[in-house]
Design a protein around this ligand. Sequence first.
Ligand SMILES: [Zn+2]
Ligand SMILES: [Zn+2]
Length: 383
Amino acid sequence: MPSSPDYYELLGVSREADASEIKKAFRTLARQYHPDVTGGDAEATERFKAIGEAYAVLSDPAKRAEYDRYGRVADGDYMSNAVFDDDMFGDLGAIFQGLFGGAMGGFGGGQRSRPGGPQPGQSLMMEVSLTLEDVARGVEREVSYPRQTSCSSCFGTGAAEGSRRERCSSCNGQGQVHQTRRTLFGYTSMLTVCPTCQGEGEVVGTPCSSCRGKGRVQESVTETVKIPAGVDDGMRVRVRGGGDKGVHGGPDGDLVLQVSVQRHERFRRDGRDLLCEQTISFAQAALGDTMTVPGILEDQTLTVAAGTQTGKVLRIAGAGLPDPRDGSLRGDQFVQVRVVTPTKLSGEEKELLFRFARLRGEHPTEPEEKGFFNRIVDKLTGR
Ligand SMILES: [Zn+2]
Ligand SMILES: [Zn+2]
């Protein structure tokens, strides 16, 4: 399994750095490498993503602990740079605006770079809903979605046959224009995307009819995505290159599936462990028993020791969920037993319980009505 990059080194912090130091380092670097600042330079964008990945791991205490312990948080299938925590979106909204925007809530591309230069495709995000059984088993899901791809009629140029792209006269091919705005502090000149060519620096003579000059069309794709066993609510599984296609040789965006796990009627979950309840009889609790109880995928054997009290939690080792990053690690199933007092007793059962009570020096009395009834019977039968 490949190990992850050194996240501490990426953020330039020590291994002992606290949460605020990590956040501060991340903010500084994210501003520095943000594609809006670097003009979409591919290397800087990769660096920006790596910084985001490092922050996603180190800002989450559980993930950080795992990373510290194992030196990684992901394997080939389950890519943890798909795991971004929501704090990043809320707190650093301004930084990520544009990059994380888009119709499907994608991230990792989409903003303009140099006119006519390579642009990364936008990453697309979808939610995938799983049952706890799906999580235990690991599943393949077929997902269908629309994505942007190069127009095959004009080979992505946007120009109709016989026509070609020409330099935009509004911005003189720069893709950007100066716009003067009145603000509180007077007039300010701002560089903005050229409205005529949308930053391309070029315009099309006669637009291609298939894509209306955009050079891009929407296509429907169906991908089969392998979701590793053990994923948890909110985790993200990334399919490299599954998103919008890059423009002018830019990298393709990714498809990101956000996992949502449905509630289970019997089991609750705590990381890799499963928790459930099991009722047992008074006799089973007192004498001990070995019984079959439902597990998440198959029945399990539960051994109740003699003298077990109600509320006791028993462990079935290895009957929990696998670890999504290392399938050889498995959680346990914890069973809380509840002793149920019998409500309907046959005559013989009652007799035995009375005997049991008397043996223990107890003097159980029958309910009042019954005693009264018995006295009448006694009278009637002349005893
Ligand atoms: Zn076209
Ligand atoms: Zn222009």
